[in-house]
Design a protein around this ligand. Sequence first.
Ligand SMILES: Nc1ncnc2c1ncn2[C@@H]1O[C@H](COP(=O)(O)OP(=O)(O)OP(=O)(O)O)[C@@H](O)[C@H]1O
Ligand SMILES: [Mg+2]
Length: 352
Amino acid sequence: MSEFLKILKEVKHPGKGDRDIVDLGMVKDIDTEGNKVIVTLGFPKRRDPLTEYLVGSTRAAIIRNSPEGTEVEVKTIVIEEEKTKKNPSELGDEMIKDVKHIIGIASGKGGVGKSTVAVNLAVALARQGFKVGLADADVYGPSVPTMTGTEGMVPDAQKEDETEWIIPIEKYGVKWMSIGFFAQRHQALVWRGPMACNALKQMILQVKWEQLDYLLIDMPPGTGDIHISLLKDIPVEAAIIVTTPQNVALADVEKGVDMFSNPNINIPILGIVENMAWFTPEELPENKYYIFGKDGGKEMAEKMGLELLGQIPIVQSIREGGDKGEPVSLGSAPDGIAFMALAAKISEMVSA
Ligand SMILES: Nc1ncnc2c1ncn2[C@@H]1O[C@H](COP(=O)(O)OP(=O)(O)OP(=O)(O)O)[C@@H](O)[C@H]1O
Ligand SMILES: [Mg+2]
């Protein structure tokens, strides 16, 4: 038993600050039958988002450390019933009444990785068993079609009670919607302000999302009129702010935070995601280079009294995944795990 416990200490829980499953008291039983090892893991929730990941890691750790031919069975039990649900979501809008939680992903600044974080978070949440949709609210520079490999796909429309509904594109277990589906590649989207706002709202409200646990909104860069108008008309429940660790980003984060705390908007901020927190070369995965400064996001979060939701490294595969339309969170490499951990955190904070 103790020998297996030692092995299982290698299995870290990414949603719990990387503490191991033994330390967290999740290993409820270890049994052997011939060459078979049977491990029982206890989870606090019926649908723990990291179940699949932790079961796989447990199995892998035992196989790695046991003689060839060892079989492993991992059983899971729920040790505590899920807490009673929060109040039913108070979505104001009839059109998205079946969407439980709408979460905006924003930053005061462009190019910090909002879309990368939004797309990977959506895929990670879906992999963890949630029903997820993502609306790309960047009408001028939509990047979701490229990042999800859905470029060139055209959503169907469906008429019902005089309303034309758009059917989102489904891939990787997520429902995607973007103005990019309605424009040719490289076609510049030239909208006048009010037109952009209307197109955007239509792309969120007139979509057949059906039942969703989470609808993520990838917000355009900045904090302009389009944001204010969007946030006034769409019942966004909470926001996530993405930043890089640089000092200069602080002012932009502050702008982003101010936008949500504006009395007319008043949307709570779940916390900060520090993207590009360090650089890790693929061939030296243990090495971390803090090229934009160390823990800048963490310090910003502390300074502003916000939670640090996660730190995402700069890894070549994250960029490549975006360019190829295959988000890294689909895989189990360490770069994907950072997004799985973020998803676990979000689903813990905003429980579906
Ligand atoms: N952690 C990361 N590691 C490697 N590359 C990254 C990472 N995060 C983002 N990138 C890359 O940086 C570029 C900008 O990212 P992204 O488009 O997600 O930013 P954005 O904040 O949505 O930009 P915009 O303000 O234009 O909407 C992309 O090429 C993306 O692949
Ligand atoms: Mg973007």
